[in-house]
Design a protein around this ligand. Structure first.
Ligand SMILES: Cc1ncc(COP(=O)(O)O)c(C=O)c1O
Length: 509
């Protein structure tokens, strides 16, 4: 193949030749700093030799003009690093196999990144990701449904039905705001809970996280403040951070968000919106009490504060009755309510929805149109069909029974095996229990030791927007096999006791 040669304009305003060849980028510099290649590059980067290259200026030249050398170095396993640059990605050029299957990076991509993506990070570390599928690990880690309960056969039957009856329709785009059948099911269900939902107030989403993303895109400019609960869902923090959010935190206790503290905060600072999980909060599992719900709505009205509620867990209630939705109490529609099928059907289907005043829905609909045009039509009809045939209700009843047993089992085990200095929440539903260790104990150290004993959980610090929470952790109880729960909690209890007693201290005496 003849290499294609073309001029490019670099951000440094210099121009140079580059030509993609079969084995990556193979140009020699022609315009920019002609002397560099021979005098600095060739001796500086040698295949197979870990190489440190000098200044940022040199680094730019190297990256933009002599990539073939870097590619050769990388393919031989060399580590090329440049002090004083913010580039991390280019130093990790992927190794290429003999056949040159993988693209070597010819551009320092991160030099071109927008400020938005610089905030992105994966809260799940590789170590934790590795244990997620390990059957030997007793995992209280991922906030995912129990896969043993997935209604696979029902889904197959409903899909067959949809394809047989509506196949030609569902293979077309869905309306950007969502499929009418699904919206009609959802709005009727919401109205039974006294939420004044109309189809024109609803937007169907590709997972509720998309709702958070669209709302953030709609409301946030870089530097804008968002009020979040402390602790809160770390996935939401990541979405808001992408839009340059500044976080103001308000604590959560056993009755949910401390609303008086919110009122005091609002006297001092303005924010674009409050993000809150009033029911079966992630990560604490608690519900916002009815009195606080009313007070929250009054505060929102008084300060003109938009509320964004996120409620993927509310339908999974094992004890008591669910408190009313904020929208069922709010006559003024200051609330954007976001819901999801991820916890009550399957996260892999990527299906969620939101409810908002219709002009807001229209703006969000336009954003969605430009993001992904519409949510998967087949999946929307699948959910509507499962609802029509009563499959969703049956599945929810099964989950409530099984997860409810798991909740009782884990609470009983914690009472039995956790030392008295440990405190935890007692949720009425959802997926999570929030554990507070004595101050000074570090949950990430506990995790390190727990992993060695084949037990996993999430240390709580990642749920705090402004730092802190090192002595907290989140346990997800729904996804662990019932029979493993007592053993897992016993191991954790033993490790916590060792940490409290100082027996687990690795440092020499
Ligand atoms: C509070 C909360 N909101 C949103 C999500 C994401 O849900 P979805 O899969 O619908 O995007 C999660 C998932 O863990 C969650 O816990």
């Amino acid at each position: 193949m003849t290499p294609v040669r073309r001029w490019i304009t670099l951000p440094t305003t210099r121009r140079c030749w580059r030509s993609p060849g079969l084995s990556g980028w193979s140009s020699r510099p022609t315009m920019c700093w002609p002397g560099w290649y021979d005098t600095r590059m060739r001796p500086a980067v040698q295949p197979g030799v870990p190489t440190l290259v000098g200044s940022r200026r040199v680094a730019l030249t190297i990256r933009q003009t002599s990539i073939s050398v870097l590619a050769a170095a990388a393919s031989s396993g060399a580590r090329v690093s440049v002090p004083g640059t913010r580039s991390a990605a280019w130093r990790r050029m992927p190794p290429r196999d003999e056949a040159g299957q993988e693209f070597a990076m010819s551009i320092a991509w991160d030099e071109f990144y927008s400020s938005r993506v610089r905030w992105l990070k994966d809260s799940v570390t590789m170590d934790l990701r590795r244990i997620m599928g390990d059957p030997n690990v007793i995992s209280f880690f991922a906030g995912l449904p129990d896969p043993a309960l997935y209604p696979v056969e029902d889904i197959r039957l409903a899909l067959d039905h949809v394809m047989a009856e509506q196949g030609r329709e569902v293979l077309q785009h869905a309306p950007p705001a969502g499929d009418g059948l699904l919206k009609s099911y959802l709005t009727e269900k919401l109205r039974r809970g006294n939420v004044p939902a109309q189809e024109e107030n609803m937007l169907v989403l590709s997972g509720s996280i998309q709702g958070l993303d669209l709302v953030a895109e709609m409301l946030l400019d870089p530097g804008d403040a968002v009020i979040v609960e402390d602790p809160t869902f770390s996935g939401a923090l990541e979405v808001f951070a992408k839009y340059g959010a500044r976080f103001i935190t308000v604590p959560v206790d056993d009755e949910g968000l401390q609303v008086e503290s919110l009122a005091a905060t609002l006297l001092q600072q303005r924010a674009k919106f409050l993000y809150t999980m009033p029911t079966c909060h992630n990560p604490t599992g608690v519900d916002l009490s009815l009195a606080r719900r009313r007070r929250l709505l009054a505060i929102a009205r008084e300060f003109g504060l938009p509320l964004v509620t996120d409620d993927p867990y509310g339908e999974l209630r094992y004890r008591g009755t669910a408190p009313p939705e904020l929208l069922a109490l709010d006559g003024e529609a200051n609330v954007i309510m976001i819901g999801s099928f991820s916890k009550i059907l399957a996260p892999g289907l990527r299906l969620g929805w939101l409810l908002a005043p219709s002009p807001v829905v229209e703006t969000l609909r336009l954003e969605k149109l430009s993001a992904d045009r519409s949510t998967n039509h087949l999946v929307q009809r699948l959910a509507a069909e499962m609802a029509r045939q009563g499959m969703l209700d049956r599945y929810r009843e099964t989950m409530v029974t099984v997860y409810g047993e798991k909740l009782e089992a884990i609470l009983a085990a914690m009472r039995l095996y956790f030392p008295p200095a440990v405190k935890w929440t007692t949720p009425c539903g959802g997926y999570f229990i929030w554990v507070t260790l004595p101050v000074g104990l570090d949950a990430s150290l506990l995790l390190e030791r727990a992993l060695a004993q084949q037990v996993a959980f999430i240390p709580g610090a990642s749920f705090f927007a402004a730092g802190g929470g090192e002595n907290t952790l989140r346990l997800c109880f729904v996804n662990t096999p019932l029979a493993q729960i007592p053993e897992g909690i016993q191991r954790l209890g033993r490790l916590i006791t060792e940490l409290i007693d100082g027996c687990g201290d690795d440092s020499p005496a």
